[in-house]
Design a protein around this ligand. Structure first.
Ligand code: SAH
Ligand code: SF4
Length: 353
């Protein structure tokens, strides 16, 4: 588990078990007169078993458990609220020690558990249809805090996590380093061992980071939120990415697919009268034609106080048919947990004013 790039504990004199390096843990073991293998045992509790309280680390000697209680802190998120959907999904609102709160969702399926996590508390990108975007950025999360959300969901469902998507609150590529560390830890054989292809990052289109992501050695999956391929409409919907024009985004995605040979997913949430017009369909077909991609047509989740409404299901089918005619695969994504405020930022809005 050696990962010497993880940050030091935010609490100055306590070692945070979710963010400390292997080296720091070894140093603490030495200081406490403990053999080095205890560090591995502790990491196993934190990263594989999802236990962060030393009191529960039953294979450690009692004296060490007591010393750890005094000398360490754990990410220690508190569950502030939860909602369960009729479709089996559960959404959680977790709060970290400094008060920052984020959402994560568990979506079970046959022999599957998909988990959606947040990369930041809030988001600075300001997308107008997004509950998170409307309330601004609180702070970025550490790799440990991203990981901890997955463990929280795993422990609640008490089953193996088969995939993780960074589609909760926040823009993962505005928190690139911590996001990558979290993905690597999720992928690590001695942690959750989730295949890289089953770890997906969704970005609103930060071009330098898309290019950087293309050069990472792991086969992580990329999703890009398009929502319009007409510059004027996209600028209005997603003001935070105005400076990354669609022409440049198109070129960057070309580089990404050339380099990786992998198929990015394009997210397109249909908003009635805004981005579901015939002109938008033509433009989207042109953007995707002849490229390696998969389009997800999403039913917009309604955000309270927002003027935007979802398009009709017929409109969604027209998008899929027209894309199919130019050889582009598209699916209409059922919005899971729509009865539990599953859209990005909605649960948080309900609990934190
Ligand atoms: N910031 C990243 C990832 C988090 S948002 C991004 O924007 O890609 C995850 C997905 O939810 C994005 O595709 C985003 O556009 C979408 N989304 C946000 N608000 C939504 C809403 N009200 N209805 C449907 N999808 C929404
Ligand atoms: Fe941020 Fe993504 Fe919401 Fe846009 S859609 S405000 S990038 S979380």
């Amino acid at each position: 588990m050696a990962d010497d790039n993880l940050h030091d504990s935010p609490i100055a004199d306590l070692l945070d078990l979710h963010t400390c390096t292997h080296g720091q843990l070894l140093a603490l073991m030495a200081e406490l007169g403990q053999p080095a293998f205890r560090a591995k045992q502790i990491e196993d509790w934190v990263w594989s078993k999802g236990v962060s309280s030393p009191a529960e680390m039953t294979n450690l000697p009692k004296a060490l458990r007591e010393a750890l209680i005094l000398r360490t802190a754990s990410g220690g998120a508190t569950e502030l609220g939860r909602q369960a959907s009729r479709d089996g999904s559960r959404k959680y609102l977790l709060q970290f020690k400094d008060g920052a709160a984020v959402e994560c969702v568990g979506m079970p399926g046959p022999r599957k558990l998909s988990v959606c996590v947040s990369s930041q508390a809030g988001c600075a990108m300001g997308c107008v249809f997004c509950a998170t975007g409307r309330s601004g950025l609180v702070r970025s999360l550490t790799a440990g805090e991203i990981y901890e959300q997955v463990m929280h969901v795993r422990n609640d469902f008490n089953t193996r996590v088969t995939s993780v998507v960074l589609m909760g609150q926040g823009e993962p590529f505005a928190n690139y380093d911590e996001t990558l560390k979290a993905l690597r830890r999720l992928n690590a054989p001695d942690a959750l061992n989730i295949g890289a292809r089953h770890l997906t990052v969704s970005t609103c289109g930060l071009i330098p980071q898309i290019l950087r992501f293309a050069n990472e050695p792991e086969q992580f999956t990329l999703a890009v939120s398009l929502h319009s391929t007409i510059q004027k409409t996209r600028n209005a919907l997603m003001p935070g990415v105005r400076r990354f024009s669609l022409v440049h985004l198109y070129a960057a995605l070309g580089e990404y697919t050339d380099k990786t040979g992998r198929r990015p997913t394009y997210e397109f949430a249909l908003i009635e009268g805004i981005n579901d017009t015939d002109e938008e369909i033509d433009s989207l077909c042109n953007f995707c034609r002849g490229t390696l991609c998969h389009v997800n047509i999403i039913q917009l989740n309604e955000v309270s106080g927002s003027p935007f409404r979802p398009s009709t299901p017929e409109r969604a089918r027209i998008f899929v048919d027209r894309l199919a005619r130019v050889g582009v695969e598209a699916t209409i994504r059922n919005s899971r947990g729509s009865d539990i405020d599953a859209a990005c930022g909605q649960l948080r809005q309900r609990f934190i004013r």
